[in-house]
Design a binder for this molecule. Structure first.
Ligand code: SAH
Length: 255
């Protein structure tokens, strides 16, 4: 008897950001697999077995989830944000490439969630209103020179850039180096946002210029998403006096 494996995005924090489909998939699960703090977001209920794991063992976690599903369980793997953005969905497919015979017949489904970049953008205004891209600054799975060459290319293309995984305990200097590189390429007026723990009780959001962001880099942490604006990204004051960050959709003078 083969089971199922569903990889579910829990959004940035607040359960009100779960999709209805994610809630249904969680309600149908017999087993919950994931990083401990994400599992803690899902309420206990009878018939739901939890399998917490450490954050840095994604491959082991994916294989464990597939092994469980192969015994006939309805396994839900939970991720923060969207499971396909720098997260478990790709880890499950990486494991599937090993194609272990016991996994034959296990069906995999992905349930999307609101990724940190979108939650942060909504808090700030509309900074992703024109072309943008997302980069992970983590050099756990790719060499640092690849990170910097991609960053150079997207900054030179004047895209808005969302920087995921800006720092961790093992990687304290990468964000400072990335912002120093941005400061070489972009004008000093370029706006940068630090959005921390969006959707959680300790949420904080700040907008500053690029030189200020370089100074602030040491204070970012693992729960921070950094957005580097394009040249056109600017502040607009609302009718109520509130300040919003946005990127106009129009580029140049099209008819
Ligand atoms: N799958 C997740 C991203 C995993 S990578 C998603 O789609 O959001 C982890 C990084 O995501 C963190 O280092 C941080 O840069 C960002 N992040 C995750 N949750 C966040 C939140 N609530 N607020 C701000 N950034 C967050």
């Amino acid at each position: 008897m083969t089971g199922t494996l569903t990889v579910i995005g829990l959004g940035p924090g607040d359960p009100r950001y779960w999709t209805a489909a994610a809630s249904e998939a969680l309600a149908a699960a017999s087993d919950l697999v994931g990083y401990g703090p994400y599992l803690d977001r899902v309420p206990e209920r009878a018939g739901l077995t939890r399998h917490p794991s450490d954050n840095r063992v994604e491959g082991d976690r994916a294989r464990h989830a597939l092994d469980l599903a192969a015994t006939g369980r309805a396994v839900a793997v939970v991720s923060g944000g969207d499971p396909g953005v720098f997260a478990m969905a790709a880890a499950v497919f990486e494991a599937l490439e090993e194609a272990r015979p016991g996994w034959h017949g296990v069906g995999v489904t992905i349930e999307p969630g609101i990724t940190a970049m979108l939650a942060a953008a909504a808090r700030l205004g509309a900074p992703l209103g024109a072309d943008f891209c997302a980069l992970s600054l983590s050099d756990n799975l790719k060499p640092w020179h690849v990170v910097t060459s991609r960053l150079r290319a997207v900054l030179a293309a004047d895209l808005v850039v969302a920087l995921y995984n800006p720092v961790s305990r093992a990687r304290p200097w990468q964000l400072g180096a990335a912002l120093a590189l941005a400061a070489e390429i972009k004008p000093a007026e370029t706006l940068v946002a630090f959005a921390r723990a969006v959707g959680r009780p300790d949420e904080s959001v700040a907008v500053m210029t690029l030189p200020e962001a370089v100074d602030r880099a040491p204070y970012a942490d693992m729960a921070t998403l950094v957005l580097v604006g394009a040249t056109a990204t600017r502040r607009v004051t609302g009718a109520d006096g509130a300040s919003h960050l946005y990127t106009p959709r129009r580029v140049g003078r099209q008819p």
